[in-house]
Design a protein. Structure first.
Length: 259
């Protein structure tokens, strides 16, 4: 399945900025079709910006906006609008890559449906059967293009894979240890788990990621994981980064400060 994604992810690029100065970055974990949680975390971010007035706030969403939950269409609409009105970076996740692949290879639905693709189709008003055959998969791909607002498709096609600022490197899944950040394979950036998660390597920058759900955000020396399984737990997590200072904002929880 991953090999099918290469021509799609290859269309997206990376974003990079130099050393952080008075910049404050808010990085948000996997949303997975829960517009209510996205509204809540955005409200917390906006309130934090109003209270502390950082000179240069940047919001980074780490991918996996769709699937599993009921509101994928609404989540994309919120993020597409937020990117228009605020300094916001939305990265590609493996779930968005699967949607894009489905549009050019409908047979992809045989795999995509196993981790939430049908919920995304239903959020756009489609009514897929539990296990669509080849003819239905083709019909669903055509129907999704018709039903998806052009702005949503343009948004999905525009998503970069990585974003780098100062001491931090933002990506959906992680990086391959032992390989320079600029030489990482796109499949690893979107899909990697164990080899990255168990590594104690210095990756050159602190890697901020989602993709692998954890009970509580992991604030480690070499990486930060803010995927707290929102679709299952109701906890959508954001880490606020001000140089070396890290603060967590969470839905349904008070902010917790970490040095």
């Amino acid at each position: 399945m991953r090999s099918l994604l290469r021509r799609i992810v290859g269309q997206t690029g990376d974003l990079e900025h130099g050393e952080a100065d008075e910049t404050c970055i808010y990085a948000v974990g996997d949303i997975h079709g829960h517009a209510d949680l996205l509204h809540e975390i955005c409200a917390r971010i906006d309130a934090d910006i109003r209270k502390f007035r950082p000179a240069r706030p940047i919001q980074v969403f780490l991918g996996d906006y769709i699937d599993r939950g009921p509101d994928s269409r609404d989540v994309i609409a919120i993020l597409e609008q937020r990117r228009r009105t605020r300094s916001t970076v939305c990265l590609l996740g493996n779930h968005e890559a699967c949607l894009l692949e489905f549009l050019v290879n409908p047979d992809m639905l045989a795999q995509w449906r196993q981790f939430g693709g049908l919920q995304t189709l239903m959020s756009y008003g489609l009514t897929p059967s539990p296990n669509p055959d080849a003819a239905e998969r083709r019909a669903l791909a055509l129907a999704l293009v018709r039903e998806m607002p052009p702005a949503h498709l343009a948004f999905l096609r525009s998503l970069p894979i990585t974003y780098s600022y100062g001491r931090y490197f933002f990506v959906h899944a992680g990086v391959r240890p032992g390989i320079a950040l600029k030489q990482q394979r796109k499949d690893d950036l979107l899909w990697i788990r164990d080899d990255f998660l168990i590594s104690e390597d210095d990756f050159g920058k602190v890697v901020v990621h989602g993709h692998t759900p954890v009970h509580q955000a992991e604030l480690l020396r070499n990486r930060i994981n803010v995927d707290t399984g929102a679709y299952a737990t109701g906890r959508l997590t954001c880490v606020k980064l001000e140089g070396a200072r890290r603060t967590l904002l969470m839905t349904g929880n008070r902010a917790a400060r970490h040095g």
